[in-house]
Design a protein around this ligand. Sequence first.
Ligand SMILES: NC(=O)c1ccc[n+]([C@@H]2O[C@H](COP(=O)([O-])OP(=O)(O)OC[C@H]3O[C@@H](n4cnc5c(N)ncnc54)[C@H](O)[C@@H]3O)[C@@H](O)[C@H]2O)c1
Length: 252
Amino acid sequence: MKLSGKTALVTGAAGGIGSAVAGCFAAEGASLILSDCNREGAFVVRERIGEEGGEATVIIADVTLENEIRDLFAQIEDSFSSLDIVVNIAGGDVEPVADVETIDYERMSRNLDLNLKSCILSCREACRIMKHRRYGRIVNMSSLVYRGSPGQFSYSAAKGGIFSFTRSLAMAMGGYNITVNALAPALVDVPMFSKILGPVRWKAMVEETSGRYPLQRIAMPEDVAKAALFLVSDDAAFITGQILEISGGARL
Ligand SMILES: NC(=O)c1ccc[n+]([C@@H]2O[C@H](COP(=O)([O-])OP(=O)(O)OC[C@H]3O[C@@H](n4cnc5c(N)ncnc54)[C@H](O)[C@@H]3O)[C@@H](O)[C@H]2O)c1
């Protein structure tokens, strides 16, 4: 097993991608810390991991609040002897707008808080702990829209910011044997979309999008989980500051 003896924090662990990453890491022997603001969802994931023979603890936190991020890491320090892996997944686009003139200050700020500032703050706390042991694997969740996406102005800015931040942190932390990388998935098939769009519109979107991707399908959460596993495993020990596109060849 690739992650035996490792402790891994996954934020956004109740979500489509976060639950797949957590399940994949648990199956590889990691002890999981599942964090999310969705209490019920996080406990469902914990139960599933437990049924599959894995080990997981839930710590509830809202990553848009600095004090809750601090508390999350303080609880980890109190309860675990190490923190080897952090995957910052909590996020989502809370301001999809078609027209630049309709950008709303509050929702734009929320997008930056949820997707960018949360990641920076989580990394700050993670590095503080990891530096002492001179070991760490951090993976941040960007998106293929880091390349730019009209209609996702503040979200793409946040996801682009994650890439720059990831590179800066990788440069700063290399001397402590802490690697920092980012994932950039194209469209991923998660339950959230059909909940928001309804199954008919979601199915149409999947078909239309699949036709545009060279591999002729959208991503599954497991595609993202396997890429995350690679980046936190020893196989990627000499890889840092990179953004890995999980895109089926989209936007080449
Ligand atoms: N699904 C996609 O197509 C796609 C593509 C590229 C990037 N992403 C990114 O992947 C990540 C996961 O998205 P997903 O598709 O699994 O969506 P999702 O909605 O299923 O998961 C997001 C999770 O984050 C949690 N969350 C939201 N706000 C939070 C907060 N303030 N504090 C703590 N937790 C919070 C939610 O409760 C949820 O469990 C996001 O960062 C998203 O931007 C998704």
